[in-house]
Write a protein that binds this ligand. Sequence first.
Ligand code: AP5
Length: 221
Amino acid sequence: MHRIVLLGPPGAGKGTQAVALRDRLHVPHLSTGDLLRAAVAAGTPLGKRADDYMKAGQLVPDELVLDILRDRLSQPDARSGFILDGYPRNVEQARALEQITPIDAVLAFAMPEEDLLDRLTQRRNCPKCGAVYNLKTLPPKKPERCDNDGTPLQQRSDDTREAVQTRLTVYNEKTAPLLVYYRERDILHSIDATGTPEEVRQRIARALSLSGESDSSAEAL
Ligand code: AP5
């Protein structure tokens, strides 16, 4: 079964690769960031509580995120596997996740910090279909319009320089310790997240030993 966690700093390409993996493995992409942003957009009580934390680049309190994650993982489409993007973010969340489901593989995206800020400040999102673009590396065909539905693209409120710096600090302090946590459980695969999306996709396929890709460059830690 493919119960996969994507771990990595903001902007490392987790969401981009999650979509490719979802299409290849036919399991849902569960992003706690997307679930939280949907709650914010819908103005639910949870969304109202999460909004300020997210804009500032801080983690939303564990109990709020756990509620939406548990709910999403209990839905029928997640029973035969999932790609979990954005959870866990600290050791407490990893322990909570273990109580809900086993995990088969953790893909840890590695990328130099100086390149992440550039990727994130150039990112644009479609508020309608969720497609992700990059003004430098993956521009839409028409300026600032979604290729799928023509909707004007938006910039995430936490993609400002200040919020990105906070997100990087939070990642290093709270999320990076999970690398040791999952290495000790022998399910961690380090993925070089530099290069083109296609190059990263191939590294992931090799790390997961997906058919058609030889296991030459991915490193199981
Ligand atoms: P979340 O939505 O999870 O954001 P993140 O982890 O900061 O990651 P990003 O979505 O910013 O980056 P990504 O790695 O997916 O990169 P992408 O593929 O888009 O979380 C947001 C907030 O929600 C958190 O700060 C927190 O407040 C809250 N939250 C979420 N989960 C939580 C939890 N569990 N607990 C508590 N709080 C939680 O790529 C980035 C850009 O680069 C794009 O423009 C893309 O087109 C481009 N790109 C991608 N790959 C490549 C490539 N190979 N080459 C060139 N460009 C590329």
